[in-house]
Design a protein around this ligand. Structure first.
Ligand SMILES: Cc1cc2nc3c(=O)[nH]c(=O)nc-3n(C[C@H](O)[C@H](O)[C@H](O)COP(=O)(O)OP(=O)(O)OC[C@H]3O[C@@H](n4cnc5c(N)ncnc54)[C@H](O)[C@@H]3O)c2cc1C
Length: 499
């Protein structure tokens, strides 16, 4: 072990989209800060941020039915959808800034326009979708959305899904052309390439093994170089734990009070990929359906056009499942190793409450290929199983914590956990995920750099003009910003409101 301690301003653990975003924001705001990244894998964006490990949806609540709920009086609550859309606008603006500055050259490498659609069948769900459409249409952020129950119209929008369908079947869809497919793997790699040109040290095949308070403040991080097994000690004034599913065990190593009473529940995923390019070419949309009764929100089925490796692809899923690993490349001991005296009761309470979810995940895991194809048939009536194969997606570790709703409550969102003194912050959870990375990293900065934020304000506003403004309350500004980001990123502008 090397006894030399190397000091720096910031250490980022993990080279996923979250560290990439935070590193890029900090370098824009304080270029003189020294930043180091440690990543245990050989390159950036290999875990959840990789294009094959997530669904690549630019989540703006344009199609995800679980972001709008039906209230007891039958009206639709769009609060969550509006918030997520607002957050995605921050990502669009920051990426636009990077493109305009020449820091990201070709936006088409990481973002493409693709219509976002919601799809339902049966009277009850058709009624829900119609009400959802009306509620969203009144908000400026969702301008340009269309709704149809007409089979001829739907045949035009989604021919692959309508072929072979009974004319009497009650179905409906919404469609909005300003949706996006984001290759978060490519974005992460591009951002790390850019960071290296800014002097950020990015160490691949370096695994963080331990974290301790440093004398005099900040954090000491024990890192193992996996190429030669040498152990090094590094210190930083600020530490960001952006280790994806592995953030929880690393956060626990800090021992900060905020890390107690938190647990993690891993959910694995599978996608089906269409091997027949002629079929893939027949579909051009991301089409989100409704989650099955009892299914967790992250297992909403969707049939997606994707752009991966420069090629159009068609994916269906995700099918949820269970493994005790916190990362796709993790260990079967991850879950059990994360149970500590400080979170034992929280975990036990969750275990008792979430038996239904565990049962659901195990059932999903046991699905045969034929059963998965049967689910896909609800989207593509004429599906042929020889055209599809299974690929393993990334791991999501859902946060379990004590809330006013009770001990050991499972959370489906993203959680930033920071020390009271702002010297360390960890990102837990995975939804809405990468799409909202800019919003979440700005939250990390607000919590951890309160002294710097006032002097950063002007620069942040220059990069993200709507920072601090709710665009849903400013329709003119929204249109101006949306259309200018669309132009810079090669996306669709807002369509005129249809009758
Ligand atoms: C099936 C699935 C579908 C999804 N779909 C979408 C979607 O459509 N849209 C969307 O916006 N989001 C989606 N997400 C969520 C999104 O992928 C994640 O929110 C995002 O990629 C998380 O980024 P991250 O940087 O936090 O983690 P990661 O990308 O997982 O990166 C963490 C990195 O930390 C490294 N690491 C871990 N431990 C250590 C250690 N001890 N030392 C050094 N390095 C370490 C890992 O190797 C990894 O490279 C999806 C996720 C899944 C699993």
């Amino acid at each position: 072990m090397s006894s030399v301690v190397k000091k720096t301003d910031v250490i980022l653990i993990g080279a996923g989209v979250m560290s990439a975003t935070l590193g890029t924001l900090l370098k824009e705001l304080s270029p003189e800060w020294e930043i180091k990244t440690f990543e245990k894998l050989p390159s950036a964006g290999e875990e959840s941020s990789n294009e094959w490990n997530n669904a690549g949806t630019g989540h703006a609540a344009l199609c995800e039915l679980n972001y709008t709920t039906e209230k007891a009086d039958g009206s639709i609550d769009i609060t969550k959808a509006v918030n997520i859309n607002e957050q995605f606008q921050l990502s669009r603006q920051f990426w636009t800034h990077l493109v305009r500055q020449g820091l990201l050259r070709n936006p088409g490498e990481f973002i493409r326009p693709i219509p976002h659609m919601s799809w339902v069948a049966g009277d009850k769900d058709v009624e829900f979708l119609s009400k959802r459409f009306k509620a969203l249409s009144e908000n400026p952020l969702f301008q340009g959305m269309d709704y149809s129950e007409d089979h001829r119209q739907l045949q035009e929008w989604i021919p692959l899904m309508m072929q072979g369908r009974e004319a009497s079947e009650k179905v409906a869809a919404t469609k909005i052309d300003s949706g996006t497919d984001v290759n978060f793997g490519a974005l992460t790699r591009l951002l790390f390439d850019h960071l290296k040109t800014q002097g950020v040290e990015v160490h691949y095949r370096y695994a963080v093994k331990d974290i301790k308070r440093a004398e005099g403040g900040g954090w000491r991080v024990k890192v193992q170089n996996l190429n030669n097994n040498q152990v090094e000690q590094h210190e930083a004034r600020f530490l960001f734990i952006g280790a994806g599913g592995a953030s929880l065990p690393l956060l626990q190593k800090t021992g900060i009070p905020e890390s107690k009473h938190i647990g993690g529940f891993p959910v694995s995923g599978l996608f089906m990929v269409c091997k027949n390019q002629a079929i893939a070419e027949k579909h051009h949309a991301k089409v989100y359906g409704k989650a099955k009764l009892g299914a967790p929100p992250m297992s909403v089925p969707h049939l997606d056009t994707r752009y991966i490796d420069g090629k159009k692809a068609l994916l269906f899923g995700p099918f949820a499942g269970f493994t005790p690993k916190f990362l796709k490349t993790g260990s079967n001991m991850d879950l059990i190793g994360s149970v500590k005296p400080s979170n034992l009761l929280t975990m036990l309470a969750a275990g008792a409450k979430e038996m239904g979810l565990t049962k659901y995940l195990v059932q999903q895991l046991m699905l045969s290929n034929a059963q998965r194809i049967a689910e896909l048939r609800e989207f593509i009536p004429d599906v042929k199983d020889e055209d599809w194969e299974v690929v393993v997606a990334g791991q999501r570790v859902q946060v379990i914590k004590d809330t006013p709703q009770g001990k050991g409550t499972l959370q489906f969102g993203t959680e930033v956990v920071s020390a009271a003194d702002g010297s360390v912050s960890a990102l837990l959870g995975a939804s809405p995920g990468a799409s909202t990375a800019v919003h979440v990293m700005l939250e990390v900065m607000q919590r951890c750099f309160p002294d710097q934020m006032p002097q950063w304000q002007e620069k942040i506003k220059a990069m993200i003009p709507s920072y601090g403004v709710r665009l849903s309350d400013e329709p003119e500004l929204f249109k101006e910003i949306f259309d200018s980001t669309a132009e810079a990123l090669g996306l669709e502008k807002i369509a005129e409101v249809r009758s």
